[in-house]
Design a protein around this ligand. Structure first.
Ligand SMILES: [Zn+2]
Length: 277
């Protein structure tokens, strides 16, 4: 789906994307529900693009077909002859987004945990739009610890606004399309594109500071440690790897700890560390 809703009036050009990971159903169904329920004459300003990220993976019910699409938005991949269906799709999406000023990319987390917002720069525009989303934690990544390869980073590294909204756990029955549509409509109200007053939240802000990589010889997490958004004091034992015990050097909040054996590869990210903003 590449569905434009244009008010014909001045205002921001916004994109809501979903299904960049093809198995994250709730945001996908929310996008279709919004497309069915929002007509151009309902928009009071600007234009909205509703964009299905990876239609082939969605049809197959899979996260991706060949490579993770949300790692393909780099200058290198976008500038070369595509080597996979996802690389081809990344180039098509980058072209479709050329006139978009503000992008919100809707996802679900693979591991259980609370919903949260992520974006690259820690600036006022990103903060103002993040506050329109139902999430108690907002994580910024000014140093591009995540690698500058995601769809939201394609926008935010080119002077535009790019926000990733993790709507909740993929297996949580309470993470419904209806709940996500409420968030989408709240963003549109906050941007002046729908009438009414938007809700804004007080949020806890974290900044990514460091990437810890998996040591050679594997890694075993310490008992009770290794949950997303878990805040721990300096000196905490994280676990044991081939190079010995790994302790936190400073207080930190764990972001996306890798626990499943197939992602615990030497040299690959083990966990990202964040500090209070
Ligand atoms: Zn995702």
């Amino acid at each position: 789906m590449l569905h434009w809703i244009r008010s014909g009036l001045p205002g921001p050009t916004v994109c809501f994307s979903f299904g960049v990971h093809g198995d994250e159903r709730a945001p996908i169904d929310a996008g279709y529900a919004l497309a069915a329920s929002l007509s151009a004459d309902a928009l009071s300003a600007g234009s909205l693009l509703l964009l299905l990220g990876n239609p082939e993976a969605v049809a197959a019910g899979r996260r991706y077909l060949e490579v993770d699409l949300n790692r393909c938005f780099t200058a290198a991949v976008l500038g070369r002859s595509p080597r996979s269906r996802e690389e081809q799709r990344a180039q098509a999406l980058a072209a479709a987004l050329r006139e978009v000023e503000i992008l919100l990319d809707f996802h679900c987390t693979v591991e259980p945990g609370e919903r949260f917002v992520m974006h690259h720069p820690d600036d006022a525009r990103h903060r103002q739009i993040s506050a329109l989303l139902d999430a108690s934690v907002v994580l910024s990544d000014p140093g591009l610890c995540f690698g500058g390869c995601s769809l939201d980073e394609l926008l935010s590294t080119s002077g535009r606004v790019g926000i990733c909204y993790e709507t909740g756990w993929i297996g949580d029955p309470a993470n419904t399309p209806e709940r996500i549509v409420v968030q989408m409509r709240n963003v549109l109200r906050g941007l002046g594109m729908l009438p009414g007053t938007a809700h804004r939240l007080d949020q806890r802000r974290l900044v990514l500071t460091q990437t810890l990589r998996c040591p050679s010889g594997g890694f075993a997490w310490a008992s009770g440690v290794g949950h997303n958004l878990q805040s721990l004091p300096a000196g905490t034992l994280l676990g044991e790897g081939g190079d010995g015990a790994l302790h936190l050097q400073a207080p930190a909040t764990l972001i996306f700890p890798k626990k499943r054996p197939h992602v615990l590869q030497p040299g690959q990210p083990l966990v990202y560390l964040a500090a209070g903003a």
